[in-house]
Design a protein around this ligand. Structure first.
Ligand SMILES: *Cc1c(COP(=O)(O)O)cnc(C)c1O
Length: 388
């Protein structure tokens, strides 16, 4: 078939092979320890479900305004002002079908053909594919294990060319679980602003931070940085609302208007009654989030302790999100091989690092029970011992 070359060029997800196999094995009755989850294992808090149910019962079943219900945009602007010290007007907020959709709109609106988008690696696997579909060119800057899987201002500077247009930041990070300190972010943002880059800051994991570490909103660092920053966030991760498909970004009005027009001809507004759940999430009590974060923290500490006790593995201490991203180079296996053999021999499902731009790593999600982690680590220990 004669397909559009940008779409035809999207590779099928490399992670899918392992995931599909793990699911098939589980369906066939195998006892699988899964570490592949990219979403909280908790249910959406009751008061949020209640608000959406109420909206549904009241007949909030028609199209919402394209940019999102104004009450939700106001709630988002209030949240960004009070929690993130970001002074966006409600008109600068565009609500979409998940943060992923927001990111897609943004790259579509920002990228001219050949514009370069600087992406720190390891990266969330959707960024490069979205940039390519939009006609842009992803340029990767690698963070090493020695630097906590974070990039340095010098490395960023070295990657910048006259075609550079955007810097993507994702702190706390999927897949590495690392968090940039305020000063580290400021140094990166300074380089970006000096070179006239826009900063797309994906802050979806901001609430999941541990060890007293704080997540910083890069846009709050200075008025110059704020002007060039697009802040992306959503409901999926903090409120366990992945299936609701609700996210947003806030940024310069001109960009919001461009993305709004794009959205009006592609998806229209997100689900109407889901947006009422979103209002309840932002305006309601936040102890539900704290409880989830506390559970993640306990699992994180246990998982990291077990991972770092294994020969051939090293693991930067994750201080954010719900992932650990150990380096497996010492085992002599590349990530696809490691993941495939671990699944085959010990029925443990992990995500290979290759599609995240890190073939010497694998990703463990701890959005699963402590019992699952304990059993999975016992099996991993056996697996690694056999390799030695
Ligand atoms: C989960 C995730 C998102 C977006 O999720 P949505 O469900 O589309 O809101 C965005 N960025 C990263 C890094 C993620 O892990």
């Amino acid at each position: 078939m004669d397909l559009n070359e940008r779409v035809a060029g999207i590779p099928p997800s490399l992670t899918l092979a392992v995931d599909a196999k793990a699911k098939a094995m589980a369906a066939a009755g195998e006892n699988i320890c899964g570490f592949g989850a990219g979403e909280p294992d908790f249910d959406t808090p009751e008061h949020i479900k209640e608000a959406a149910t109420k909206a549904l019962r009241e007949g909030k079943t028609k199209y919402a305004p394209n940019d999102g219900i104004m009450e939700l945009r106001v709630a988002i602007a209030d949240k960004l002002a009070s929690e993130n010290k970001l002074a966006y007007k409600p008109e600068q907020v565009l609500v979409s079908n998940g943060a992923k959709h927001s990111l897609f709109n943004i790259f579509m609106a920002l990228c001219r053909d050949g514009d370069e988008v600087v992406i720190p690696a390891p990266y969330w696997l959707s960024y490069p594919e979205m940039v390519r579909v939009a006609g842009g060119k992803p340029v990767f800057v690698k963070g090493s294990d020695g630097s906590g899987l974070k990039i340095t201002p010098a490395a960023l500077k070295a990657a910048i060319t006259p075609r550079s247009k955007v810097l993507v930041l994702n702190s706390p990070s999927n897949p590495t679980g690392t968090v940039y300190a305020r000063a580290e972010l400021a140094a990166l943002a300074e380089v970006a602003v000096q070179h006239g880059l826009y900063i797309v800051s994906d802050e979806i994991y901001e609430r999941m931070v541990y060890d007293g570490v704080e997540a910083t909103s890069v846009g709050a660092l200075s008025p110059e940085i704020f002007k060039r920053t697009i802040t992306v966030n959503g409901f999926s991760k903090p409120y366990a609302m992945t299936g609701w498909r609700l996210g947003y970004f806030a940024g310069p009005l001109e960009l919001v208007k461009a993305c709004s027009a794009l959205q009006s001809h592609s998806t229209s507004a997100p689900n109407t009654f889901a947006q009422y759940g979103g209002i309840a999430a932002l305006r309601g009590p936040q102890d539900c989030v704290d409880r989830m974060v506390k559970a993640f923290d306990e699992r994180r500490q246990y998982l990291h302790r077990r991972l770092t006790a294994l020969r051939g593995l090293t693991c930067v201490r994750p201080t954010g999100a719900f992932y650990a991203f150990p380096n497996i180079a010492g085992t002599g296996l590349a990530s696809l091989d490691f993941a495939a053999r671990l699944l085959e021999q010990e029925k443990v499902a992990v995500v290979p690092g290759l599609p995240f731009g890190a073939d010497d790593h694998v990703r463990f999600s701890y959005a699963c029970s402590l019992a699952n982690i304990e059993e999975g680590m016992n099996r991993l220990e056996r697996f690694v011992k056999r390799l030695a």
